[in-house]
Design a protein around this ligand. Sequence first.
Ligand code: FAD
Length: 169
Amino acid sequence: MTHAVDVDVVVIGGGRAGLATGYYLRRQNLDFVILDARPAPGGAWQHTWDSLHLFSPAAYSSLPGRLMPAQDGAEYPDTRHVVQYLTAYEERYALPVQRPVRVKGVHRDGERLRVETDAGVWSGCGWRRAGARRGRAGSPRLRRGAGSGPGRRGIACPAARSTGRGRRE
Ligand SMILES: Cc1cc2nc3c(=O)[nH]c(=O)nc-3n(C[C@H](O)[C@H](O)[C@H](O)COP(=O)(O)OP(=O)(O)OC[C@H]3O[C@@H](n4cnc5c(N)ncnc54)[C@H](O)[C@@H]3O)c2cc1C
């Protein structure tokens, strides 16, 4: 069996939802990884029309902790601006995003969950699929028992350990 990298939580998807999840996991000093199938930051915004603009002003499109700056000359920021913001957000909070890593399956392994990918195996007490958009990258297959009960959402390990990493606000 392939050796697994142990963490507290595995977040699947490094788009907006995954980054926001990472922000809160970081605040709790949990050891986690964000696995993202795309080769670069931005999630779905990497692959959309150049002419697309947010339908909300920047300030209403912010992730926790950091306001999206206004874009010069545009009340509704464009795709490039959104990708720049998400890239900077990842860096600011030193979010541990691994790319490109495509999750193929999640299944229970005793009290932990094994997350199988095309780049190795991660093991966590909890996992979270982050991102609800069309599955261009494909949704991971959930093995029997992995999609419900402990670990489905949040942290379920009795002793989710603290990494002692410095908190970055
Ligand atoms: C035309 C259009 C316009 C929109 N306009 C707005 C707007 O103005 N404002 C707004 O707030 N929202 C808008 N949205 C919604 C937009 O989808 C979200 O803002 C945002 O991109 C959703 O973020 P997310 O993290 O949920 O998903 P995504 O951005 O899709 O990120 C999911 C990530 O998960 C990864 N992933 C998927 N499967 C796997 C796997 N098996 N293994 C590893 N990684 C995986 C993907 O590669 C991706 O990077 C718009 C959407 C569309 C289609």
